[in-house]
Design a protein around this ligand. Structure first.
Ligand code: PMP
Length: 461
């Protein structure tokens, strides 16, 4: 590609921006996609071209890109009290309203809510809470946290350590001590030939128990999991997995942490992914759709026993020394509260239940195409995994960038998708209509056809 002209937004971007999750060298010549506006499930670039946002941004803009009520909620909150904090026992009414609302929707009884600004901050806080809790219980050795290969929990030092993807560790000197990874529950990729989902789940639970015993159960504090792994490639747990895993956690007094940053607020067809998969967490983390992404906010809900232990511990030194300048920000809280009201008034969960079969049918309609290995998903989240060999599930050489090629063709065709390796993710705004879903998959179909031709042209498909 040619370098963009000198005074364009693109060239100013190249001159100034350090981009998240971007090939920095390639960006110097390719430049950015400049996004200037949004309407419903669509975004617009600077030339006015519209794209269906098939990923709701980063799995987050659940009410789309033009929800006026959220704008009004932010303005009203800004006028009333543009900022205050929660240190030293301060609070705001809107923050309390939001905490009450969250606790009332929790999938299991929860006691208290801690607010932060992002999924990463929330998960970093969770690591500290787990350690604090075990110090409170005078179990100084019980500090290890088990996460899963291909899990995604963020990019700050502790949350990136929880994340189980090599790129987030390599060159960043991670993971930190006391965070370790166990099996990825992807049956299609890691199941033995002929192994049922149930048998696969049993094997993974056995491995988990062996690992806990090898580490010493007195050293293992918590297990963290997304109900559906998102950024790892939209990986659904095999049948029976969470039931078997939780039985083992219970046996060794290990906390269950649910990272609901993607699944929370209707995405899987229930309010929480925990409900879809029978998870009973001690700690629940949410973000993203909590405010439909209109302002940054995340929340950590903790159970009563955890809270009680923390209270006793904080008494010892007189303070629970954790929290952010913007924890419980009143404007973010107002937008989140309005978001939750909208979900309720419009029965967003009911809408997802009604429309999910169409999306899942569409995803599975590509199963017979030559490059398509696995079609998976539930609710309004899913993925199509492209493979070099459908019989053996062998992946393409990563250097070919097949997934990235398809995502680029889709973008040209007016559809934003995310390639996680060669798994193409679908996670549209929850407000998407049936007609819009049809259009999304027509655009995907075209991009897939172009990818098939490209590979066939190289003799690879
Ligand atoms: N947890 C999960 C499950 C996520 O998907 C993400 C973000 N994709 C995070 C945590 C981190 O959130 P953030 O990018 O807001 O720090």
């Amino acid at each position: 590609m040619q370098r963009p002209p000198g005074n364009s937004i693109a060239s100013r971007d190249i001159a100034t921006y350090l981009h998240s999750y971007t090939n920095l060298k390639k960006h110097e010549t390719d430049g950015p996609l400049v996004v200037n506006g949004g309407r419903g499930i669509y975004i617009q670039d600077e030339a006015g071209k519209e794209y269906i946002e098939g990923m709701a941004g980063l799995w987050c803009a659940s009410l789309g890109f033009s929800e006026e009520r959220l704008v009004e909620a932010a303005i009203a909150a800004l006028r009333r009290l543009p900022y205050y904090h929660t240190f030293g026992g301060k609070t705001t009414e809107i923050g309390v309203d939001l905490a009450e609302k969250l606790l009332s929707t929790a999938p299991v009884p929860m006691s208290k809510v801690f607010f932060a600004n992002s999924g990463s901050e929330a998960n970093d806080s969770v690591v500290k809470l787990v350690w604090y809790y075990n110090n409170a219980l005078e179990r100084p050795a019980k500090k290890k946290i088990l996460a899963r290969t291909k899990g995604y929990h963020g990019v700050t030092v502790a949350s990136a350590s929880l994340t189980g993807l090599p790129n987030n560790h390599r060159d960043f000197d991670l993971p930190i001590a006391n965070i370790m990874h166990v099996d990825c529950p992807h049956h299609y990729r890691f199941g033995e030939p002929g192994e049922s989902e149930e048998a696969f789940a049993t094997r993974l639970a056995d491995n988990l128990e062996k690992r806990i015993l090898a580490e010493g159960p007195e050293t293992v504090a918590a297990f963290i999991a997304e109900p559906i792994m998102g950024a790892g490639g939209v990986i659904l747990p095999p049948a029976g997995y969470f039931e078997k895993v939780q039985a083992i956690l219970k046996k060794y007094d290990i906390l269950m942490i649910a990272d609901e940053v993607i699944c929370g607020f209707g995405r899987t067809g229930n309010m929480w992914g925990c409900q879809t998969f029978g998870i009973k967490p001690d700690i629940l983390v949410c973000a993203k759709a909590l405010s439909s992404a209109y302002l940054p906010i995340s929340a950590v809900m903790i159970s009563e026993p955890i809270y009680q232990a923390m209270v006793r511990q904080s008494e010892k030194i007189g303070v629970f020394a954790h929290g952010f300048t913007y924890s419980g920000h009143p404007v973010s809280s107002a937008v989140a509260l309005e978001t939750l009201k909208i979900y309720e008034e419009r029965d967003i969960v009911g809408h997802v239940q009604a429309i999910a079969p169409k999306m899942q049918k569409w995803i599975r309609s590509f199963a017979d195409r030559p490059l398509v290995g696995e079609c998976r998903g539930t609710g309004l989240i899913g993925a199509i995994e492209l493979v070099a060999d459908k019989a053996t599930h062998a992946p393409f050489d990563a250097k070919l960038g097949v997934g990235a090629y398809l995502a680029q063709r889709a973008q040209e065709g007016g559809l934003i998708l995310r390639a996680m390796g060669d798994s193409i993710g679908f996670c549209p705004p929850l407000i998407i209509t049936g007609d819009e879903l049809d259009e999304m998959f027509r655009r995907f179909d075209k991009a897939l056809g172009e990818t098939e031709k490209w590979l066939a042209g190289q003799g690879l498909a």
